[in-house]
Design a protein around this ligand. Structure first.
Ligand SMILES: *Cc1c(COP(=O)(O)O)cnc(C)c1O
Length: 227
């Protein structure tokens, strides 16, 4: 077996084991294979090995790879500039990084032209890191209420990028807070809003993210090797 297949098998085994020990159904946890800087041949191998959600954080890289890979759906996971929305709305099945009202309005406008809705996650800057994108915790409720009125987007959950920590365990409170926030949003019952996804956890900390309720784990280097 190739390294890639071994890596994928190991992550899938982790998902099963950690989900079961946390009382969760492993089937509700999906891997988003993060393909930034990864050559197309390796992406194709990952798809053959069963990974059918691919994540890119740059529009240009996504649109370049998109026509070259079959059998998978693409998610945009990085900050999206408004003027680039038009390049991806017909290519991605989810945007994890909704982080402003202006962006929500732009996506809405483009989706209305296509006559479809885009699945989006609201990116939350839990640690209030000034160098990170994302809605502040205390603004999430108002943001969701407003964005939910746009017919071209379907809010499906929350996403966060954990702060850099030396000890993965330090990140647990961040994931726990994202989950609590999602539960609070769910209780508001905003029309059209479904808090079905928590996008959290990367190579370093996906085990903890699964324990804390992640449904989409975004994994790059543990699959494809160091960048
Ligand atoms: C690169 C990236 C990942 C994956 O990071 P790894 O540590 O390689 O698993 C996840 N999410 C986002 C937003 C990224 O940019």
């Amino acid at each position: 077996m190739s390294d890639l297949t071994l890596n994928i098998n190991e992550i899938m085994a982790d998902i099963k084991r950690v989900a079961v020990s946390s009382g969760r159904d492993p089937a509700e946890i999906r891997i988003v294979a993060v393909t930034k800087t990864v050559p197309v041949e390796n992406i194709r191998l990952a798809v053959s090995a069963g990974l059918n959600i691919l994540g890119e954080n740059r529009v240009q890289e996504l649109t370049a790879k998109y026509p070259l890979v079959d059998g998978a759906e693409w998610h945009l996971i990085g900050h999206l500039q408004r003027n680039k929305v038009k390049y991806i709305v017909d290519k991605v099945s989810m945007i994890h990084s909704l982080d402003s009202t202006a962006l929500a309005e732009e996506i809405d406008m483009k989706m209305n032209v296509l006559g479809r809705k885009m699945n989006v996650l609201v990116q939350v800057n839990i640690a209030e890191d000034p160098n990170k994108y994302g809605i502040k915790v205390n603004e999430v409720m108002d943001f969701v209420e407003t964005a939910a009125r746009l017919p071209g987007i379907r809010i499906q959950g929350l996403m966060t990028i954990g702060p850099y920590v030396s000890e993965p365990e330090e990140i647990r409170p961040v994931f726990r807070e994202l989950k609590k926030l999602a539960e609070n949003v769910r209780k508001m019952d905003f029309p059209g809003v479904e808090m079905r996804h928590l996008s959290m956890g990367m190579s370093n900390d996906y085990i903890i993210a699964i324990e804390e309720g992640a449904t989409l784990i975004r994994i790059g280097s543990s699959i494809f090797g160091a960048r």
